[in-house]
Design a binder for this molecule. Structure first.
Ligand code: NAI
Length: 383
């Protein structure tokens, strides 16, 4: 089934817009049909027209909402790839108008808004996904499958990192593109954890199949001019008994993207890093260290379904995003056709995951201000 797709934000020169367009377009499952892509109306319309949207290149998301609602061939899925503080309002409006939504992270700025989005998605029966796009990597799906089928036994420890060095230059701290991220008025209660730490924490949940229950955070601003944290070490506990350790930083000079995860169970350990996404390191207890290559034969159905290029060739972030879109196309088509969806595709991150992240963000900020006291990390509606 061919579906229609639209995007809000992701305009010319944006960081994440091109990865969404590549991801949504990869399998021919979505036609890029509509967009309100820039906060400047003229620029958004001009760019949308150059991308082939014609009169469905809108000057604002409100115009797009009205224009698409009035059409019989309205878009099936809307991606919200605008700055963080706008996600809640736009996502809620499109869900209420009956559209499925893929929202960029962080889904909202608060737990309260996050709970409202979850309730809105439930009430409208629309899909609200959140772009924890790195869970689309084939070997991340394989890690999850290995944990789920018991290869590692009970999970004892999970260690997640998202530490880079791109905001380490004190001389650049006042650059407006950097400064807003550490300003509570624009960024909310957390900077680095809300921006990157939530990817790592969500991945810990995705791979282990366990949710975070409580946490203790040590947050610091290594650059004294910053109000919000640029580094955090977070200890957490999970509902299946796993112990979690998470480090996130923006001042780790020499680290590039710096996202990685390790899982240690009673029967073996796994290690994966996003900068070498084609290799998964597996050590069974008492055995030898093995390298599992993405695309090799006889991996899990979840890994086979999401491997996009031949074994040995590099596979990157836009293809991981493409797997989120592939999952969503299957979920939307199944809903339209009134059938059950392919279980191997039922892995896209949900609004519930976006909400859990917001609860973790607020707990990290509060714990960090109180010398690392342990706090409940669950959203009130899931306690
Ligand atoms: P950016 O600043 O590079 O681009 C934002 C785009 O949104 C611009 O084209 C801007 O004109 C447009 N825009 C702003 N307000 C708008 C509005 N009201 N209506 C329509 N368009 C509007 O930002 P970037 O880095 O692309 O980030 C966007 C979002 O994606 C953020 O929420 C960020 O956290 C998230 N992100 C997620 C990543 C992931 O791995 N999942 C990676 C990078 C960013």
């Amino acid at each position: 089934m061919k579906l229609k797709w639209g995007m809000i934000g992701g305009g010319e020169g944006s960081q994440i817009g091109p990865a969404h367009r590549l991801g949504a377009g990869l399998d021919g499952l979505f036609d890029f049909a509509a967009g309100a892509m820039d906060h400047r109306a003229e620029a958004g319309i001009d760019y949308g027209r150059r991308l082939g949207l014609g009169d469905r290149a809108y000057g604002s998301w409100q115009d797009m909402l009205a224009g698409e609602q009035a059409r019989d061939d309205r878009v099936d899925l809307v991606t919200v790839a605008t700055p963080n503080s706008t996600h809640y309002e736009i996502t809620k409006a499109f869900l209420e108008a009956g559209f499925h939504v893929l929202c960029e992270k962080p889904m909202t700025m608060s737990v309260e808004e996050g709970e409202d989005i979850v309730r809105t998605a439930q009430a409208t029966g629309r899909i609200c996904a959140v772009n924890y796009g790195y869970t689309g990597y084939s070997l991340v799906r394989h890690m999850r499958a290995m944990v789920a089928r018991g290869d590692l036994g009970a999970i004892r420890l999970v260690k997640a990192e998202f530490a880079h060095g791109h905001h380490a230059d004190a001389a650049d701290a006042d650059n407006p593109r950097v400064r807003w991220r550490y300003d509570p008025a624009q960024a909310g209660v957390s900077a680095q954890f809300a921006d990157c730490g939530i990817h790592a924490m969500h991945m810990a949940s995705f791979v282990t199949g366990q949710e975070v229950t409580k946490l203790s955070a040590d947050t610091v601003s290594c650059l004294p001019s910053r109000v919000l944290e640029d580094d955090a070490m977070v200890n957490f506990r999970m509902d299946g008994g796993a112990v979690g350790r998470l480090w996130t930083s923006s001042v780790a000079i020499g680290r590039q993207h710096g996202l990685g995860i390790q899982v240690f169970g009673e029967k073996g350990g796994l290690r994966w890093s996003q900068e070498q996404p084609n290799q998964l390191y597996w050590m069974p207890l008492g055995g030898r260290l093995q390298v599992i290559e993405r695309g090799e034969g006889n991996l899990s159905p979840e890994a086979d379904r999401t491997s996009r290029v031949t074994v040995g060739h590099a596979e990157g972030m836009p293809l991981a995003f493409a797997n989120i879109y592939k999952d969503l196309a299957e979920a939307i088509a199944a809903q339209k056709e009134g059938r059950a969806m392919d279980a191997a595709a039922d892995l896209y991150p949900r609004a519930e995951d976006g909400l859990r992240s917001m609860a973790a963000v607020e707990a990290v900020a509060a714990s960090g201000q109180q010398d690392g006291i342990w706090l409940d990390a669950r959203p009130p509606m899931f306690r």
